[in-house]
Design a protein around this ligand. Structure first.
Ligand code: FRU
Length: 443
């Protein structure tokens, strides 16, 4: 297989490695999707930059406009790390972390690393103003390690607010809160953490859906369980009210490949989320690496709040026509499969090539029985009675939305055909074709 694993509806680089989505926003009639980009290496080595896609037609097509930030000042010389964008008075304000690894005999956790938060203003999302350092290691509380990063900034009641992911010197993950009247002058507000919940929280995101608030993050070091935290690192959220975390941590996604998501507001005022369909330090592989590129982003998903107060995710894709009964046993990617389940407690399974999607007695699973998973085996989630499932299938990925999107599983897989055989046992299937997302601008 060669280019047949190139995705049709998921953003990915032509060459090199992509990780976190950054600076997601709608500005001046365009959607902007920046991303962590290693242009020199499909394994993620070398320069860590921000690449940029923009869409002028509601994300039906994108233009890749190139690299907008590369490590070119002393304060970001080891990498332009993750960050976010805010629109204020006709300008886009970008905040990101400049990573600096000082050569020497350091552990790079307690010493040897600078975490500089940097502010840049742009009028068009492409031509960037000067990089201005707004926070340095010396500005963080004294019990912070050198790992402080990934500013997510928003404006609330006229005030600029920022959350930063952090690791304390006691190996406790948490979030630093800052506030500002002027986006170059930040004041520390508080540190928020949860006992025994990982050593580092990356990519925080404090956001509202209607009048409900959530604190999203990607924790590292949470012990694995049979039905939760199955991956090397996790991504999810707490409900957030009166300045405190409420209830238990909910994972955004139970698949093999999901990390470091970011939310943003679309032009209709709805909140969308896009994740990295990948994770660092995974024990499975992606064979496109040998072909020169690795990883992609998820499709955007609209967020709503369900009856239990948890988030519901609905994929935002461009459907071609309505739902039809599945008549061809080997449909060509990209498409959506949907099944309404009559008896939510009885067994059913759906097979797409060697991928087996099944649910039995309230436990949903995604399993790769052959080698299409490239080391991926099984992921499970306790979902209760299954009412329905929608699968967004692209040339090398599956995104599963269980029970209207209350539970989600995203995974890469590498079938040897662009039209693997689809079979269902114990349920009927409907199909909707999805229009390919054209991406222009790759040389
Ligand atoms: C998450 C992350 C971020 C960091 C970026 C570097 O995947 O580790 O914390 O800013 O990737 O590429």
């Amino acid at each position: 297989m060669t280019d047949d694993w190139r995705q049709d509806i998921h953003l990915e680089p032509k060459k090199g490695w992509i990780n976190d989505p950054n600076g997601l926003c709608y500005f001046d009639g365009r959607y902007h999707v920046y991303f962590q980009f290693s242009p020199d290496s499909a394994a993620g080595e070398g320069r860590k930059c921000w690449g940029h896609f923009e869409s002028r037609d509601d994300m039906k097509s994108f233009d890749y406009t190139g690299i907008v930030f590369e490590p070119d000042i002393p304060e970001d010389r080891s990498g332009v790390f993750s960050g976010s964008a805010v629109i204020r008075e006709g300008k886009m304000h970008i905040f990101y972390t400049g990573n600096v690894e000082i050569p020497g005999d350091y552990d790079y956790v307690t010493a040897g690393r600078e975490a500089n938060q940097i502010h840049v203003v742009t009028d068009d999302g492409i031509t960037m103003g000067a990089k201005k350092v707004i926070l340095r290691n010396s500005d963080y509380p004294s019990n912070m390690s050198c790992h402080v990063r990934d500013p997510k900034v928003w404006i609330e009641d006229g005030k600029w607010k920022m959350v930063l992911g952090a690791r304390t010197l006691d190996d406790e993950g948490g979030i630093l809160f800052y506030e500002a009247d002027d986006p170059d002058e930040w004041h520390f507000v508080k540190f928020l953490s949860k006992k025994d919940f990982g050593y580092m929280w990356e990519c925080p995101d404090l956001f509202n859906v209607g009048d409900k608030w959530f604190l999203g993050m990607s924790p590292q070091g949470v012990p694995h369980e049979e039905f939760r935290f199955q991956n090397v690192y996790s991504a999810g959220y707490f409900k957030y009210s009166d300045g405190a975390l409420e209830g238990s941590f909910e994972e955004y996604d139970y698949g093999f490949d999901f990390y470091a998501p970011q939310t943003f507001i679309d032009k209709n005022g709805d909140r969308l989320i896009i994740g990295w369909m990948g994770i660092g330090d995974i024990p499975y592989s992606n064979p496109t690496t040998e072909l020169g590129w690795q990883h992609c982003l998820t499709v955007p998903r609209k967020l709503n709040v369900g009856e239990d107060g948890c988030l519901i995710q609905t994929p935002v894709v461009n459907y071609e026509g309505g739902e039809m009964p599945l008549t061809e046993s080997a449909p060509v990617f990209p498409y959506a499969l949907h099944a309404d389940i009559d008896d939510g407690n009885s067994y059913f399974d759906i097979r797409i090539g060697g991928a087996k999607i099944s649910c039995s007695k309230g436990i949903a699973s995604l399993e790769f029985e052959g080698d299409e998973g490239c080391g991926r085996t099984i992921r499970k989630a306790v979902i209760g009675a299954c009412k329905d499932i929608t699968v967004i299938a692209d040339k090398s990925s599956l995104e599963l939305f269980w029970n209207g999107g209350r539970y989600v599983m995203s995974s890469r897989f590498y079938p040897d055909s662009a039209a693997p055989v689809v079979k269902a046992t114990g349920c009927g299937l409907k199909i909707r074709k999805i229009t390919k997302t054209e991406v222009r601008g790759f040389e």
